[in-house]
Design a protein around this ligand. Structure first.
Ligand SMILES: C[S@@+](CC[C@H](N)C(=O)[O-])C[C@H]1O[C@@H](n2cnc3c(N)ncnc32)[C@H](O)[C@@H]1O
Length: 537
């Protein structure tokens, strides 16, 4: 029999992560004291002792799981897999009364069904126990004691024990989640790649259930990634050293501290913010993160800082147009409110990101599960220039100005717009319904846009328009009116789709009656975990 003791001597490990985070993970492992760290696809291998295995499980923000290989062999078919798995001494690994599960992944292998490879591995383990004891250990897919990992690549099979068990993204702090929560490891990875270390104010103005700001707060205060988590698979292993585990934890916990930086989280959805608050309270971080219901365009940093945001993805085709409007809005707000900040946006593909209209100074490809994303850096400063994705979009602000001029002069739907403007400026009239508030927000955007365009920064636009007018001459005025009318219609369509988009799932904050309470219906954490699995490792 191949004994696992041979492998224990070496103490090789594999840490798995998301594609795009491998180098950051390798650097993190080195910092945690790992030796011989090597980057591999979606992970890194390293060497270390048992204490390091505990430490990496407890502290790594970027690893999804830590595997400990116990057998490596060539394999060409299912029968060979069965025979070679059976040669590993499984009774050194776990006891008859413990449950286990097998997870197989195949890459470039002559075996073609990962499910069948799992079954063969399970059979080999069960048969070995049965032959030796007359009894068999049971499989438990949901909550096993022992997690066996089978990785076959180019016909080389590595059998590992998964020391983490449940994926390490399950930090234990998120008890409820609104739509599309980002994976915790990905959120930590984004903060890491952005280079934020708790040294400036931090903003997530589309915070949803609060994952990104919570990861930021934990990083800033040195709270171990798995501080809120209680279970790891290694605790069920033969020879688990509880004293050593406690020592590793205590040493890490002693390094926790406070932070001087301020962390701001907001979202337009009161439901999302309510969920985020519950998560913050659960984690005891409610005093460390300043959270409120707010539209992105009302967030304005006072002291610069870092912004990391995860806007809606909108993968469905019919959402594309609406997403384009949303991302254009993001570009405008970054330019107007976030001068002096470093902004990072994760978005589903580069086309969408282009609508932001600002030139990214860095583009990183990251995978959110199967979804390829771009993590884009924008350094926003006074006078940041837009770049257009097509000539029409370049002149979009001008169109708006022309549209508004025309609109003002002919007075069509003027009163509604005027009163919205007044309401916004006085900051009163909360009796309006949320729909009006939304259009008010959009009108406010237009006003800002108009102001911006009239400012010195955009003097070049005015210059361009003068040139344009002179070139065309008066004889073209008829033509021009038609163009403007067409643009006005386009702009109406643009506004309508923006209204539809913002109407979809959220409301402007409404003022509650004193003592009034709103029921919050949350998912239970197990449900949330399952949802989250769709984008997990
Ligand atoms: C993909 S979710 C963010 C998920 C979040 N990172 C998490 O882990 O839970 C996108 C969020 O953007 C919010 N959002 C969309 N448009 C917004 C706007 N204009 N202002 C503020 N929040 C907005 C949505 O309400 C939603 O919660």
């Amino acid at each position: 029999m191949e004994s696992i003791k041979e492998f224990k001597k070496g103490m090789d490990f594999t840490a798995k992560t998301f594609a795009g985070l491998e180098d950051a993970l390798a650097a993190e492992l080195t910092e945690l004291g790992a030796d011989d760290v090597k980057v591999i696809k979606r992970g890194a291998t390293f060497r270390g002792d048992e204490a390091l295995m505990y430490k990496v499980n407890y502290l790594s923000r970027l690893a999804v799981r830590i595997l400990k290989p116990i057998g490596v062999f060539d394999v060409k078919d299912d029968n060979q897999l069965y025979d070679k798995v059976r040669k590993i001494n499984w009774m050194d690994v776990f006891k008859l009364n413990q449950t286990f599960s097998v997870d197989a992944n195949l890459f470039y292998s002559e075996l073609d069904h990962s499910h069948y490879a799992s079954l063969k591995t399970k059979d080999a383990i069960v048969d070995q126990f049965r032959e030796a004891t007359g009894k068999r250990p049971w499989v438990n897919v949901e909550n096993p004691d022992i997690y066996v990992d089978v990785h076959i690549s180019h016909n080389v099979c590595t059998i590992s024990l998964d020391s983490s068990g449940e994926s390490l993204h399950r930090r234990g702090y998120r008890i409820v989640a609104d739509k599309a929560p980002i994976n915790e490891v990905l959120a930590a990875g984004m903060i890491n790649l952005a280079g934020w270390k708790g040294d400036s104010d931090f903003y997530d103005p589309m915070c949803g259930s609060g994952t990104i700001p919570m990861e930021a707060a934990m990083l800033a205060m040195n709270i171990p990634a798995a501080y809120y988590r209680e279970k790891f698979a290694f605790m069920n292993w033969e020879g688990y050293n509880e004293e050593l585990w406690k020592k590793v934890k205590e040493e890490a916990n002693d390094l926790m501290g406070e932070t001087d930086c301020r962390i701001f989280a907001s979202d337009r959805s009161d439901k999302a913010v309510a969920f985020a608050k519950r998560n913050l309270k659960h984690a005891g971080l409610h005093k460390d993160i300043e959270i409120k219901v707010a539209y992105f365009d009302s967030v304005k940093p006072e002291n610069g800082g870092m912004l990391i945001m995860n806007p809606p993805y909108g993968i469905r085709m019919e959402e594309r147009g609406e997403l384009r409007d949303l991302y254009k809005g993001i570009g405008n707000v970054l330019k107007q409110n976030f001068a002096g900040c470093e902004a990072w946006v994760i978005s589903p593909n580069f086309d969408t990101a282009k609508f932001i209209g600002l030139r990214p100074s860095k583009k990183i490809t990251l995978y959110n599960g199967p979804v390829e994303t771009r993590f884009l850096k924008f350094e926003v400063y006074e006078g940041t220039k837009r770049y257009g994705d097509n000539p029409d979009e370049k002149s979009f602000s001008r169109e708006k100005r022309e549209f508004r001029k025309k609109d003002d002069s002919r007075g069509s739907d003027g009163p509604r717009r005027e009163s919205s403007k007044r309401d916004y400026k006085s900051g009163r009239d909360e009796s309006r319904d949320s729909r009006d508030n939304r259009s008010e927000g959009r009108i406010r955007d237009l006003d800002k846009d108009k102001e911006t365009n009239q400012g010195s920064r955009d003097g070049r636009h005015e210059g361009r328009r003068r040139d344009y007018d002179e070139r065309r001459g008066d004889s073209d005025s008829e033509n021009r009116r038609e163009v403007i009318e067409k643009r006005s219609k386009d702009f109406d369509r643009h506004m309508e789709s923006l209204r539809r988009f913002t109407k979809s799932d959220t409301k402007r904050p409404v003022k509650r009656k004193p003592g009034g309470r709103k029921r919050i219906s949350g998912k239970d954490s197990s449900k949330e975990d399952k949802n989250n699995d769709a984008v997990k490792d």
